[in-house]
Design a protein around this ligand. Sequence first.
Ligand SMILES: Cc1cc2nc3c(=O)[nH]c(=O)nc-3n(C[C@H](O)[C@H](O)[C@H](O)COP(=O)(O)OP(=O)(O)OC[C@H]3O[C@@H](n4cnc5c(N)ncnc54)[C@H](O)[C@@H]3O)c2cc1C
Length: 345
Amino acid sequence: MPQTFANETLIALGAQPEELFMLSLQKMEQQTLFIPDNDAEEIETDLVIVGGGPAGLSAGIYASRSGLKTVVLERNILGGQVALTPMVENYPGLTQIGGKKLVEILVSHALEYVHIFQGEEVLTVSPGRPLTITTNRRRFITRAMLLATGATHKHLGVPGESRLSGRGVSYCTTCDGPLFAGQKVVMVGGGDSAVTEALHLKNIGADVTVIHWTDKLDAQDVLAKQLKNSGIPILFNTVVKEISGEKSVESVTVLNTRTNETKKIETAGVFIAVGYLPSVDLADKIGVAKTPQGFIQQENYRTSVPGIYAAGDVVGGFNQIVTASGHGAEAALTIFRDLLNEPKA
Ligand SMILES: Cc1cc2nc3c(=O)[nH]c(=O)nc-3n(C[C@H](O)[C@H](O)[C@H](O)COP(=O)(O)OP(=O)(O)OC[C@H]3O[C@@H](n4cnc5c(N)ncnc54)[C@H](O)[C@@H]3O)c2cc1C
């Protein structure tokens, strides 16, 4: 297979389109994706999807294949949270795959059908049919809009947390829990998610201790009782001060805020469930209704504002790649049916 080196760096493997080769040369690294730029000041379309994570990309594939003229707008890096995931082991059909590789596969599949605009942030949305969407680059006139803006996990902000993220520090027991069967782990948090996830960890054979900052769990009574009955130890009035380990997590340093006593707990994993923040800045600007937990309220992916739909982690649920993709696909099909039943503007 032909290989191209520049300054002794491998920048291209095999034959590839000229645009991709030029991009590899500019960045001095191998590129697998080429997303053409577009200078148009105004684009008319059936559907604008905001967010290039699994929900947005899956929706793009389904909407375009249904015959809707569709674009995906991503303000940051394509792939959303998947791009930050070191290893994915629960996406059906792919036993084990790096997050970056999965993003490449998802994006190149989506590019077969849908125009993707990277670095494009929606600034304003003028209501009406059609909707007028202004981004930092241009205007879109569209019959419908799908918010697939995702979410982010709250962080503890303690030393060691970001360095050891993906190396023992995790925000997702469904994703990483099975790696810790038979090992000591701590779960930081005391709300519904933390308690459910601590029970899940115990169920898969991890030796879990809950660390909670006040003297009472914030979880629903029924969950708090289940935790108590499970025998999982709970350290109340305790905060994590530092996460330590050389190549992976080895211990956490905790402070008891009542006694002021500091101690080190040996652990192979630190699971953190101290809050999940849906990305609703745009939804708030538009004025769509939200749930009491702050997610976008929807019914069959339709929001409270006509023509505006929402899918993926931003509407809550199980927060997984496969569920976000499922949401995206279903939302696209709902939008297709709704648009079929309304006269074109
Ligand atoms: C560290 C980590 C590990 C994980 N591991 C796994 C795993 O192993 N298995 C699994 O199934 N799940 C895992 N998850 C969860 C999974 O990645 C998410 O559930 C999934 O990515 C949600 O998809 P989404 O498309 O709804 O949102 P996201 O992936 O959050 O994507 C939303 C996108 O929208 C963009 N966006 C937001 N606002 C705007 C705007 N105004 N304009 C333009 N773009 C915007 C964001 O930049 C982002 O790219 C993990 C998550 C994390 C953080």
